[in-house]
Ligand binder design. Structure first.
Ligand SMILES: C[S@@+](CC[C@H](N)C(=O)[O-])C[C@H]1O[C@@H](n2cnc3c(N)ncnc32)[C@H](O)[C@@H]1O
Length: 332
């Protein structure tokens, strides 16, 4: 079907395109045409001052803002579709309510259609479990691949989402710690995983001791050191209880919110006098910090030390009425 177009010399095309968008006259349902030294824009009406032509234009592929616009599921279940999901590298991980599990493949395909950079879609198959803090995953659509490279805070992190813990939702928190870190510090990342804190902080620190009990996490941490050309990170495979006390750090990171309270003494004997511990926990919204602070003070007392609470804050919602919290304290 012939449509209205305006023909402009190539060198004016960008300026004209911006003007047409501003005036709401560009017909974005169709593709712009390139013809030798000219560009032809599909337009909604005649515009004075331009060469008007009649053209056939190819339909432009529609861009979707959300997978929910293209997903095929019974309409009465539409309200159950999550509005968001985690993206780790080119892998999407979505949490589906039970009623939507039978439509998992359709949901996965819709995500692939709406987000071209996503190559594989998985559903959360369980909570984060066990010592390694890993969850089961159910493949929904796309490549059956769980290894990817994630970019955050200017670093690249290679990982296997089925073998190690990683949450992209902590990027802001990690940047917060980076901003507090001073040049030349000794850092002890007690539960380092694949190294999102360690690799980032290594840019300022003198040295980062990065411990994890999951051999896959340490394997990826080694790879991430190379990927980011970082040399001052020392990966330590094993139970952090075995190395605690042998390191005297300026700053200790305890990113194991479920069990960090069990490792408070290990953190306190690994920090210099006046050094800082970044403690993480989970709490109900009715009592966000008090119980954790009590445990921190009790551990210090048992060691004959004292603590000064520097900052306490919510990091992110974790479950209904539950929050991942952070408490920064200095040890004396
Ligand atoms: C919540 S993840 C955090 C990983 C990383 N800091 C991050 O931000 O992605 C906790 C990590 O602690 C490790 N871990 C659990 N118990 C441990 C222990 N006793 N000693 C050393 N690492 C441990 C797990 O394998 C897991 O990788």
């Amino acid at each position: 079907m012939k449509m209205l177009g305006i023909k402009v010399p190539k060198q004016d095309a960008e300026k004209v395109r911006k003007k047409l968008i501003e005036l709401g006259l560009l017909d974005t349902n169709f593709k712009v045409k390139h013809e030798g030294e000219f560009v032809i824009f599909p337009v909604k009406e005649k515009i004075e001052g331009f060469e008007i032509v009649e053209e056939t234009f190819e339909r432009a592929k529609k861009r979707f803002h959300s997978y929910r616009e293209v997903v095929e599921i019974p309409s009465e279940l539409g309200h159950l579709l999550p509005s968001s999901f985690d993206i780790i590298g080119d892998i999407a991980i979505i949490e589906l309510p039970e009623e939507l599990i039978p439509y998992g493949e359709n949901i996965g395909r819709a995500i692939l259609r709406a987000h071209k950079h996503i190559k594989a879609v998985f559903a959360k198959g369980s909570k984060v479990l066990g010592e390694y803090r890993v969850r089961e995953l159910i493949h929904l659509a796309g490549e059956k691949r769980t290894e990817t490279i994630h970019r955050e805070n200017g670093i690249r992190l290679k990982l296997d989402v089925a073998k190690v813990y990683f949450s992209p939702r902590l990027a802001t928190e990690r940047m917060r710690i980076f901003e507090k870190t001073k040049e030349g510090e000794i850092i002890f990342d007690m539960f380092a995983g694949i190294g999102p804190y360690s690799i980032l902080l290594a840019k300022k620190a003198k040295i980062v001791f990065a411990c994890d009990i999951n051999p896959w996490a340490i394997k990826y941490l080694e790879e991430n050191k190379k990927l980011n050309k970082v040399e001052n990170v020392v990966p330590i495979l094993g139970d952090v209880r075995k190395v605690a006390g042998q390191i005297k750090a300026d700053r200790v990171i305890m990113n194991l919110p479920k069990f960090a309270h069990e490792f408070l003494k290990e953190a306190m004997i690994s920090v210099k006098k006046g050094g800082v511990v970044h403690y993480y926990g989970f709490s109900h919204e009715d009592n966000l910090f008090d119980e954790h602070i009590e445990m921190i003070e009790m551990a210090a007392e048992e060691l004959g030390k004292s603590v000064k609470i520097l900052e306490k804050r919510k990091v992110r919602p974790y479950a209904p009425y539950q929050f991942n919290i952070a408490i920064d304290f200095a040890v004396f």
